[in-house]
Design a binder for this molecule. Structure first.
Ligand code: FAD
Ligand code: SF4
Length: 508
């Protein structure tokens, strides 16, 4: 009897473990667009269309390469609605009793597969540079896990940007050079937009029909949906953006949603590109003298360092991670995250761009929308659901540690050594948003005070017990304590009043 070979929507790699273990002449590949997967969070229409279109193209590619593929479209009348149910249906049809799967990057789906009455062979997803086992070995016995140490180890292991035993250029990290604010006339080259072909058009029509009410504009849809397009995007990035990736890595500018970022996360997360090949391609640009070391190191650190570290934390921490709430935050996610009007220019920019493009770059996610949710004390489960829904690159293994850990400190510090919070001054320094804002970023109190200024101190004050002893935060507390008590009381009272207006659903 054939075996079933499960290929999920983010496993679109010809060399994925389950396909390597299967027999083209005998086995049946199962791919399914499942209603369960499309609706467990209110995903952005572009995200659903991206997954479905890329899956359909990948299935066609497998068929052309000689595989037998049983593909279920969402609107097939027989579609059983979930991945396990589809496997059972295909098993019955084909007489198969065994399923070969690559482990999903989502604990919920992993548990559902394990619970299904099927003989399941679950293989490790070995598309990562560091296996879950190697990460666990690295983490063992360490009191705290820090990305920087892991990253250096990965540099040594892969030899990326190494000169013998030493880091290229004599330093592991060029972050200090990578914090330039945006300036006028930076001259971005727009990334290539992949105009919808027939497959994408059909997926967009389906999504408009079934998920039209979800937050997010379905078009313009510009994402790469197959490996060739992903390679085109990579080539464009290497040539036009990588050389300046470092300098402006933390900058934000109105009308420049991606700046010098790569937009490669959806292609990487779906499996159209492999992380190691992307790192090697960037390294080659430096070796050829086409991109400076601070840019190439900064970019490689995002993938070899952050992406792999985040994956390691996710696999180490297990399914309970999704329920963490170390700071005990309980506030509902404000309606402005779903597009309700706001006078905060930075939030309006980031949410508006997210709605249009299903994309925001890292600093927008971390220091604008994430920062505001953390300062306001929003329930991290609600923040998690939002990030999982609205970005084209959002899959649990990468979204959850970034949101719950790095951004919301809900894991109590497993990912980040201190909370990523700031007042308006940081946003003002790194962006041009404040110039057009109804609030005054310089005002610390009063009716036009920037809400980030009020909430920043409110956050620090209410979590003093946890953070005052942190060596990197101690000086901030000392500065606050040095202000006169009437001024402190006023800031906190105005912050309370702001939060009350937020809770009442007023436009803030
Ligand atoms: P670039 O700046 O060009 O970076 C290159 C690549 O490095 C990215 O494509 C990505 O694969 C990787 N990378 C960079 N930073 C990280 C990081 N912190 N963690 C993992 N990989 C990283 N990334 C996702 O892929 N999916 C998510 O769902 C996701 N959710 C996030 C939620 C929050 C609250 C925050 C703060 C960050 C999140 N990130 C997520 C990480 C990061 O913001 C995105 O990977 C990045 O913005 C994608 O844009 P880019 O491809 O242009 O990135
Ligand atoms: Fe955002 Fe405050 Fe600047 Fe307005 S003034 S854009 S709210 S940081």
């Amino acid at each position: 009897a054939p075996r079933l070979v499960l290929v999920l929507g983010d496993q679109l790699t010809q060399s994925v473990a389950a396909l390597r273990a299967a027999d083209r002449g005998r086995d049946l590949v199962v791919m399914a667009e499942a209603m369960d997967e499309a609706t467990y969070a209110p995903h952005h229409p572009q995200k659903i269309a991206l997954f479905f279109a890329a899956m359909r193209k990948f299935a066609a590619r497998l068929a052309a390469a000689g595989w037998r593929v049983a593909y279920s479209r969402l609107d097939d009348p027989d579609n059983a609605g979930s991945i396990p149910a589809e496997l059972l249906r295909r098993a019955e049809e084909s007489g198969a009793v065994e399923v070969i799967a690559t482990a999903p990057g989502d604990w919920r789906l992993r548990a559902a597969l394990e619970a299904a009455p099927l003989r399941l062979r679950m293989l490790e997803d070995d598309r990562f540079i560091c296996s879950a086992r190697d990460f666990a070995a690295w983490a063992k016995g360490r009191k705290t896990l820090r990305m920087e140490w892991f990253y250096r180890e990965m540099r040594r292991r892969t030899g990326l940007l190494m000169e013998g035993d030493a880091p290229a250029g004599g330093r592991w990290n060029f972050d200090a050079e990578n914090r330039k604010p945006p300036k006028a006339g930076l001259g971005f080259t727009d990334p290539p937009a992949f105009a919808p072909d027939r497959t994408v058009r059909e997926a967009l029509d389906l999504v408009a029909d079934r998920f039209g009410a979800h937050f997010g504009d379905p078009e313009p849809f510009a994402w790469p949906t197959d490996r060739d397009e992903a390679l085109t995007l990579l080539a464009h990035f290497l040539r036009h953006a990588l050389p300046r990736f470092g300098d402006f890595q933390d900058a934000m500018a109105t009308g420049a949603p991606a700046m010098f970022h790569s937009l490669l996360s959806p292609a990487l997360n779906l499996g159209l590109l492999l992380p190691l090949e992307v790192c090697r391609a960037a390294e080659a640009e430096w070796r050829a003298g086409r991109a400076p070391l601070n840019a190439v190191e900064g970019f490689i650190r995002q993938i070899l360092g952050w992406r792999e570290f985040i994956r390691g934390v996710w696999s180490l921490e297990g399914p309970d991670y999704m329920r963490r709430n170390a700071l005990g935050h309980r506030r509902k996610l404000p309606a402005l995250y779903w597009g309700a009007p706001t006078r905060m220019r930075c939030m309006a920019e980031v949410v508006g761009q997210t709605r249009r493009l299903a994309y925001a770059h890292h600093i927008q996610r971390l220091m604008v929308s994430g920062n505001f949710a953390l300062l306001s004390g929003v329930d991290p489960a609600e923040v998690h659901r939002w990030y999982l829904s609205v970005y084209a690159d959002a899959v649990e293994w990468v979204e959850a540690p970034n949101t719950l850990g790095m951004s919301q400190f809900a894991d109590g510090g497993a990912v980040a050594s201190k909370p990523y919070v700031s007042s308006g001054a940081y946003i003002n320094r790194m962006s041009d948003y404040c110039r057009g804002c109804a609030y005054d970023v310089k005002a610390r109190t009063g009716p036009s005070a920037c809400p980030f200024n009020l909430l920043y101190w409110h956050f620090l004050d209410r979590h003093r017990d946890r953070f005052a002893a942190n060596p990197r935060m101690g000086p901030i507390y000392r500065g606050w304590d040095g202000r006169d008590s009437a001024a402190r009381t006023r800031v906190l009272a105005e912050a309370e009043a702001f939060l009350a207006r937020l809770d009442a659903g007023e436009t803030v």
